[in-house]
Write a protein that binds this ligand. Structure first.
Ligand SMILES: Nc1ncnc2c1ncn2[C@@H]1O[C@H](COP(=O)(O)OP(=O)(O)OP(=O)(O)O)[C@@H](O)[C@H]1O
Length: 255
């Protein structure tokens, strides 16, 4: 593996993705460094979810190259579950399974382990995301929004993947729960050395947990860097996003 491959967890080059006549991603390039938390912002309907889903192989591409941990992804499915964990926006837990069974789901799908070991792993993962062993027998309907996200996170981390994809992780959470969740992501990044790719509109998350922020506009990454650099960007969409009335108000309150 050469030095460049070592440095990047995800490399995207000239990615083109579309549906019918619509081109959503238009020769998009992006590097995600190993061990960083990268936040992705963009207009609603601008293609953030499409980019994430294309990287993980759920949407086919029309052109371009995607490498994950130094390996081209071209349709490769095997090994995916151990390479990345995914937290979808609503948590997407299986409602008929308990918390424990939800966390164990990827283990059952990918490994052959004794029930005892799977129980131990499930409890360890739940504790890692700040839940208690007694939460393991609850059903998703019995959980708060914050707990649901934590269970989904425990499930995403069940196979110890080096990369974590988060789709608007703090949406639907109150500011305290959102702040706690952000802190948890930061702790996991530091303790596990995770690379985190996070789609978010949450200015607090962008400012407090993201090492870098990438802005998606017109199907391309038009700005990327630490938040303070994005705030200086001259790109019209980036300026409108971070310096519009609503953002200004929030940034002022965050000072
Ligand atoms: N499976 C699909 N089939 C057809 N069009 C799609 C499909 N998935 C996404 N699109 C289109 O691609 C565009 C980008 O959608 P995407 O969900 O990536 O936006 P987004 O940036 O994540 O938006 P939001 O912030 O509102 O979640 C939209 O115009 C959407 O209608």
């Amino acid at each position: 593996m050469d030095e460049q491959q070592e440095e990047f967890a995800i490399r995207v080059r000239d990615l083109v993705v579309g549906f019918g006549r619509q081109t959503v991603l238009d020769h998009l390039s992006l590097d995600v460094r190993r061990g960083e938390i990268l936040g992705l912002v963009g207009a609603s309907g601008g293609g953030k979810s499409v980019l994430m889903r294309t990287i993980i192989g759920l949407i086919p591409r029309r052109g371009g190259i995607i490498e994950v941990m130094g390996q081209p992804t071209g349709g490769r499915k095997e090994g995916a579950a151990t390479t990345w964990g995914i937290l979808f926006q609503q948590g997407a837990l299986f409602s008929s399974l308990t918390v424990r069974q939800n966390v164990q789901f990827p283990l059952r799908e990918n490994l052959v382990l004794s029930q005892e070991l799977m129980d131990e792993i499930a409890i360890a993962k739940l504790e890692m995301v700040g839940l208690l062993a007694q939460d393991a027998d609850k059903y998703p309907a019995e959980l708060s929004g914050g707990m649901t996200k934590r269970v989904a996170l425990a499930r995403a981390l069940a196979l110890d993947p080096p990369i974590l994809f988060l789709d608007e992780p703090t949406s639907g959470l109150d500011p305290i729960a959102a702040g706690d969740f952000d802190a948890l992501i930061k702790t996991l990044q530091k303790t596990l050395g995770l690379t985190v790719f996070m789609v978010t509109h949450d200015l607090a998350s962008l400012t407090t947990v993201c090492d870098r922020v990438a802005a998606l506009a017109d199907g391309k990454i038009v700005a990327i860097g630490p938040m303070r650099e994005l705030l200086q960007s001259e790109h019209p969409w980036v300026r409108a996003y971070f310096h519009g009335k609503r953002s200004q108000m929030l940034q002022h309150e965050m000072r």
